[in-house]
Design a protein around this ligand. Structure first.
Ligand code: ZN
Ligand code: FE
Ligand code: FE
Ligand code: ZN
Length: 273
């Protein structure tokens, strides 16, 4: 396996989100153990669009935990030098909330922000508790609707990276029509918005058993000139850097020669050696 010293894992959670385990030190220890150069904590931001008493504590940190989260990441940045640690968040995109969200996020100097679409009109479609609702949809229409939201998220200017870009496949619901025209639109949109795509290995651990995004979607991104970055979406320490050999193989196969990295929301690139 290739050296991970030039590489990043930019999607790592903490127990604050209510569905991840382990201490932050254990995530960093795992990164060090596998020789990873850089890791970003990108825990789920709080469920900002709902009133406080209606927020599901299993979906994200509580609002009052944000300051403590930031302090804990900064402390780990200073406590050790083996792994560069970045400060980030995974943030749900909810249409109509752009300005308020920008204000909520302005409180910190983030290294980067991951944009997520986990909800279609209040349906948490990647949540196994609500998987029965896929039956109410024509799958191709679901993908159209989902990607409209993902494109609006990219265009919002709030995010540096769009994460798990084809998330509706998580439980195995794949497009039935040729998805390439849709993928072309999505890739062109990310390019215009100057947002990165993320190759995320979590899909390999889900029923679909495939990296996010699908090879055809990553190919479209590469052809459009969209930069790519790399992540595990770890919710347990041992998942940091998991299956990166497969992610790197796909990136290379599609034609990528470098992956994007961020500091203070400025993008640089590390070569895929
Ligand atoms: Zn999560
Ligand atoms: Fe997510
Ligand atoms: Fe995540
Ligand atoms: Zn995620």
């Amino acid at each position: 396996m290739t050296s991970l010293a030039n590489l990043v894992d930019y999607h790592v959670h903490t127990a604050r989100c209510g569905h991840a385990s382990g201490t932050m030190e254990e995530y960093v220890a795992r990164a060090r153990e596998i020789g990873l150069g850089e890791m970003g904590f990108s825990d789920h931001f709080y469920v900002y669009w709902l009133p406080e008493d209606q927020r599901d504590p299993e979906l994200g940190m509580a609002a009052h935990q944000l300051g403590e989260y930031v302090a804990a990441v900064r402390q780990l940045q200073e406590a050790q030098s083996a792994v560069r640690i970045r400060l980030a968040l995974e943030v749900d995109y909810v249409p109509g909330w752009e300005d308020r969200l920008a204000n909520l996020l302005a409180c910190e100097r983030w290294d980067y922000l991951l944009g997520s679409v986990h909800f279609i009109d209040a349906w948490g479609f990647d949540d196994s508790r609500y998987v029965a609702r896929y039956q109410e949809w024509d799958i191709d229409q679901l993908y159209e609707r989902y990607f409209e939201l993902a494109m609006a998220a990219a265009e919002s200017g709030l995010f540096d990276i769009m994460t798990h870009l084809d998330l509706p496949k998580k439980f195995g619901h794949r497009p039935t029509r040729d998805p390439r025209p849709l993928y072309e639109r999505v890739a062109a949109c990310l390019k215009r918005a100057d947002v990165c795509v993320e190759v995320n290995t979590a899909g390999l651990r889900k029923p679909v058993g495939e990296l996010y995004p699908a090879p055809l979607l990553l190919q479209a991104c590469h052809r459009a000139g969209v930069p790519a970055t790399l992540s595990s979406d770890a919710h347990r320490p041992e998942e940091v850097g998991q299956d990166f050999d497969r992610a790197l193989a796909l990136l290379r196969e599609v034609g990528y020669t470098e992956v994007a990295a961020f500091e203070g929301r400025r993008r640089t690139f590390g070569r895929l050696s």
